[in-house]
Design a protein around this ligand. Structure first.
Ligand code: SF4
Length: 331
């Protein structure tokens, strides 16, 4: 049995997320007294779950794959060797406020310091957002820097989650970026249309449609159950606005670490006309080791996917290596 969904504008849904683990478990008819999570873990990375996402979880199932992505655990306090606070060394690639320049020809613009949801495995859970959330004035300085980098052709909106920002702000920034002649493509990395499908509203579709840049959106779905009719409709509307849709997932123990779950995910994405793009092995950030899947097992899963799916539905298994010129393929 699934619990009932909620409605309201995306802004209302964004501010009315579930922040209390007990409430989340009670909503799902689960025994909250069995949850063991310290105040320290919650202080460091609070719980945030949009009600529309909780509505896709199965009531009464403590191993629900959507629940496990967001439920805090005391294991997050473990100090695991090989897991770091800045596993991708992103602070080394931060030339301007709000800009990460890791790859040739493209830059990441950190346009929002927060997300609709807090994914417990997030590799930016320790990122210093307070130093990287430029206001309009600081953006002018970063835009000037961008205008002087003719080898950069693509701007990637990242965060946090860029679609947690207002459309007024995003339309302004996109407009300013599109004035730079050598920028031809805008890519948006976001989980919000999946968490809160109402985020894909008329204002968002209007500035996307009006923008001269080629538009690619990389959504983030880890399990087929995340895609319901509302999410499918939101994705359809984005496609109609001229947005190419790709998906990236993270391979997570207990969530999607079986060939059956990954095949189901690829099929469901295709039904929603989204191409599977990347399957990431976990970035080794402190506090997430309990989600780790060994590379050997990941490769076994990929072999099974290749056997059972058409090639275009098999995502690329990748790892992000600090300083590498692109994602590192593992197949
Ligand atoms: S939506 Fe992305 S950036 Fe935000 S918490 Fe989840 S993984 Fe991290």
């Amino acid at each position: 049995m699934l619990i009932a969904s909620t409605a309201g504008s995306w802004q209302q849904q964004l501010s009315d997320v579930i922040t209390d683990p007990d409430e989340l478990l009670r909503t799902l008819n689960l025994d909250a007294s069995q949850l063991s999570v310290s105040a320290q873990v919650l202080k460091q990375f609070p719980l945030r779950v949009p009600r529309s996402f909780a509505a896709r979880m199965q009531a009464g199932n403590p191993s629900d794959p959507l629940l496990l992505q967001v439920l805090p655990s005391d294991k997050e306090g473990d100090d695991t060797p090989g897991f770091d606070f800045d596993p991708l060394s992103e602070s080394d690639f931060n030339p301007q406020p709000g800009i990460l320049h890791k790859y040739h020809g493209r830059v990441l613009a950190l346009v929002a310091p927060h997300c609709a949801v807090h994914c417990r495995y997030c590799f930016r859970r320790h990122f210093p957002y307070e130093e990287n959330t430029p206001g309009r004035q600081a953006w002018e300085q970063s835009l000037e820097w961008l205008a002087g980098q003719p080898e950069i052709h693509e701007v990637i909106y990242s965060g946090g989650d860029p679609l947690a920002a207002s459309d007024k702000y995003l339309a302004w920034l996109t407009n300013r970026i599109s004035e730079i002649p050598h920028i031809g493509r805008l890519r948006i990395h976001t989980r919000t249309p999946v968490m809160i499908p109402a985020r894909v509203n008329d204002e968002l579709l209007a500035w996307l449609s009006d923008c001269r840049l080629q538009k690619v959106m990389v959504i983030h779905v880890n399990h087929a159950n995340e895609i319901d009719a509302e999410v499918t409709e939101a994705l359809q509307n984005l496609r109609r606005a001229g947005v190419t849709l790709l998906n990236q997932s993270v391979l997570l123990k207990g969530v999607n670490d079986s060939a059956a779950a990954l095949i189901d995910l690829s099929e469901r994405l295709m039904d929603a006309q989204v191409m599977p793009y990347y399957l990431h092995v976990l970035d080794r950030v402190q506090g997430v080791a309990h989600f780790d899947v060994s590379e050997t097992y990941a490769l076994q899963l990929m072999a099974e996917l290749k056997e059972k799916l058409p090639g275009y539905l098999v995502p690329r298994l990748v790892r992000e290596v600090p300083g590498a010129s692109s994602k590192t393929g593992l197949q």
